[in-house]
Design a protein around this ligand. Structure first.
Ligand code: HEM
Length: 473
């Protein structure tokens, strides 16, 4: 069976490299082998073919509707310990399509826009806890924002004891896989042994069981008090019936909730952390953004914010340079197919390397430089720029994540003066199954004065500081 070339090192070494420094491994392989290469880093060292050229990505992602290629759920087993076996990520074929149809609408159009005010309000609330001149962890704050936002979208509520417990447990669980070493738990099934509450896997399982109980309790509470007026995702999923008229089972509902909670908040929080870092690392980026925001006046309309070209370019460049999702989910060859003159046999597993596609010198000159202008100067095809993947598994929350990023950044930048707390280098590292920056700390140095904003043009944001009381807004 043909497989593109790849390193000759033992599979275990490849897997350890993939866990420890996925960016370096992908880059060195791309340099050596070009647009596609094979790494034996799948579950049980299964070979995965990494592809990064727009032509190959297009070929695969436009034909992944179960004929030439497929995007089966079973192959995403690495997510199962975290997300369960019944959520959309683990589904295949028709069932996958049906689940998606149910889940997509709340994250788009007017349904999504209804969350705009809430997002802004949550951003204000979280940032009001920043004390002047005291360093804070950007990730913790962004995570608090995105978690509350996703709870609101999924459950339609964000208060009460159960929500606080869910937040705490989810945070603890994700922390248990947040470094390359800890993430090994997910990659090596033999480490997944319950040796009691103090063992890493035992601890993980106990947190997960507690979380499952809370999610079940929420589902039961909804059943006991049905409210047809509710439009959140849990209500929608509970009301849905399949072709046989059957509702979703409790395990299915629970795993879908877990999927949305995990996929919807870690990723967006990471993207926001990177965006704030770049904006404050590069003064000219911040100045251009402020000039654009200030034109909107003191109470900007959310539709106007969403359409701002430079803000959009900043979000796009943030998701280009170090994409949170480094890879697409795997796609599997179903019928023999010829790519780059080579026939691939059924069963061959391919992954799109979003990171390598975004680092192509031919598309993105000086790819390691943060340059939002790229996105103002040209349009990229969905196979040149794909932070949310593509095809049948394209991210359900793509529009929602961008909407949230823009509103949160606009809220923070329009009102607060921030700066990086230190000059420590920041670089991307593995965080569980996705990537994230190393620690970013910032300090709030002042509050932007309302009247000042309107008069300012590019570069004119100096001296507009005012000491801020512990509780701003
Ligand atoms: C900046 C934020 C985000 C990034 C970078 C991101 C990235 C991705 C990527 C790369 C994929 C795989 C696509 C493929 O295989 O082709 C994906 C899938 C998915 N994302 Fe996101 N995502 C983000 C936010 C969200 C949000 C906010 C939600 C939901 C609230 C979400 C829910 C999902 C789900 C459910 C899938 C699986 C879809 C399926 O299996 O059909 N994501 N995302």
């Amino acid at each position: 069976m043909f497989l593109p070339q790849g390193p000759k090192t033992p599979p275990l070494v490849q897997l350890l490299q993939w866990i420890a420094n996925p960016f370096a491994l992908m880059e060195s392989c791309a340099q050596r082998y070009g647009d596609w290469f094979t790494l034996k880093v799948g579950l049980n060292y299964r070979p995965l073919v990494y592809v990064s050229s727009p032509q190959l990505l297009q070929e695969i992602l436009t034909n992944d509707h179960y004929k030439q290629f497929d995007a089966p759920g079973e192959i995403n087993g690495i997510f199962a310990p975290l997300l369960g076996d019944f959520g959309v990520i683990m589904q295949s074929g028709d069932r996958h399509r049906r689940q998606r149809q149910l889940m997509v609408p709340p994250f788009h159009g007017d349904r999504m826009k209804a969350y705009g005010e809430i997002i802004t309000e949550i951003a204000k609330q979280v940032t009001s806890q920043w004390n002047p001149n005291q360093p804070f962890s950007v990730r913790d704050s962004m995570q608090a924002i995105s978690f509350n936002v996703i709870l609101q979208a999924v459950f339609g509520l964000r208060e009460g004891e159960r929500y606080r417990q869910i937040e705490k447990l989810l945070y603890n669980m994700l922390e248990l896989t947040n470094s390359p070493l800890k993430a090994s738990l997910l990659f090596f099934p033999f480490l997944q042994r319950d040796l009691g509450a103090w063992s890493p896997w035992g601890n993980f399982l106990r947190q997960k069981q507690q979380l499952d109980r809370l999610l079940h309790a929420e589902i039961e509470a909804r059943r006991a008090n049905p409210d047809p007026g509710r439009t959140d995702i849990l209500s929608l999923l509970m009301a849905a019936r399949d072709e046989a008229g059957e509702p979703m089972k409790d395990e299915e509902l629970r795993d879908e909730l877990m999927t949305l909670l995990v996929a919807g908040h870690e990723t967006t929080a990471t993207a926001l952390t990177w965006a704030l870092y770049w904006i404050h690392k590069l003064p000219e980026v911040r100045q251009k953004l402020l000039a654009e925001l200030d034109i909107l006046g003191d109470t900007p309309d959310q539709n106007a914010i969403v359409r701002l070209p430079y803000l959009n370019a900043i979000c796009s460049e943030t998701l280009r340079i170090y994409p949170v999702g480094m890879l697409t989910f795997p796609r599997v060859v179903r019928s023999p197919v010829t790519l780059l003159g080579q026939q691939l046999e059924p069963g061959t597993v391919l992954v799109g390397s979003i990171y390598l596609a975004h680092q192509r010198q031919d598309l993105y000159p000086e790819p390691k430089q943060f340059k939002p202008e790229r996105f103002l100067e040209r349009q990229f095809s969905p196979y040149e720029y794909l932070p949310f993947g593509g095809g049948v598994r394209r991210c359900i929350g793509a529009a929602f994540a961008l909407f949230e990023m823009k509103l949160v950044l606009a809220t923070i930048l329009s009102n607060l003066e921030l700066s990086l707390a230190n000059n420590r280098p920041v670089h991307p590292v593995r965080r569980g199954l996705v990537s994230a920056p190393t620690k970013v700390e910032m300090v709030m140095t002042g509050r932007r004065i309302e009247g000042d904003k309107r008069d300012k043009g590019e570069g004119g944001d100096k001296g507009d500081k005012e000491a801020i009381p512990a509780t701003s807004y």
